[in-house]
Design a protein around this ligand. Sequence first.
Ligand code: 0XW
Ligand code: MG
Length: 368
Amino acid sequence: MKISAIEVYHRALPISGEPYRMALQTLTALDSTLVRVRTDSGLEGWGESCPLGPSYQPEHMLGGRAALADMAPHLIGRNPLHIQQVNHVMNQALCGSLYAKAAIDMALWDIAGKAYGARVCDLLGGAVREQLPSYYAISLLPPDAAAAVAQQKQAEGFKRLQLKVGGRDISEDIAAVRKVAEVLAPDTALAVDANRGLSARDAIQLSLACREQRFVLEQPCMTYEQCLGVRRQISHPLYLDEVITDLNMLLRAIGDNAADGFGMKQSRVGGLSQMRTIRDVCAAAGLPMTSDDTWGGDLIAASCLHLGATLQPALCDGVWIAAPYIDGHYDEENAIDIVAGQLRLPSGHGLGVVPQLAAGEAPLMQFD
Ligand code: 0XW
Ligand code: MG
């Protein structure tokens, strides 16, 4: 089988309802990139990459499309089932741009599933469960409003919440954590995520002021070194997210005993192939992780879900997807949605999601 064409599409993903606020960004709309990899066998696979705006991380929507344009010509004629080799070709063609490579890598796993008559989770080692927990991220809100959302989301069935903090006076963050903790059921887990928006001083102050409250502190500060310094002075478990940019950073963090768990984003590290290794490294180290991406529609949701389903439950902190903030789906029939805090694996081969194109919709770019 050979790759015969690569097409790039885009989907506007406006955020429904209130803007999504984090310490350093406020978002009202995302722009997602879809990739269709076609083969001479007639099988085709879909991938997606959706950076969380231009300033969450170095990943950038236009940069991703430029990277795809650079790499795609090198991939025509390659065997899509040789996923490792195609990744090698991408790495030779272009340094970095892991988030663009992630979209191609996802499409290859989708093709492989269809070719072998299996779901992506089967190819990744097998799902340990068909249904698994998602978690809900509470946008940066005043304390009472955050607590109200926490109550509402627990009533909907979420067993893990993530509370955004940072980018404001630390006293407001402390109040928000306390208010949310007050309404937390004993079996609801809480992550307090500053998305790099706290100084080391404020992160330590937050942890000390909330020492009675049960939570993990996620990515408090901008740099790895700052987080490492904070970790030495707090008693809350620390999770790293944005600074774990690839497998090497994960290995370094484990070697340094820098974290108690990881918020992992598929596109940041280069896609499903990399996430599979990261899953195994985290399992070997006995450290939990989430199976997330920064944002995205049903393709990214499905991909995170397939990987998440192969995690040992004790080391799985959930699969975050953007569906609660998005109206509509790419594939209404196989939509990936959260029901009572849970996600169910789609049943189709490959990713199990096939985006529907509008009548006459032309790709943004096409390579053949
Ligand atoms: C909650 N998330 C997984 C989604 C947001 O896009 C960012 C994020 C995080 O943990 O930083
Ligand atoms: Mg995070």
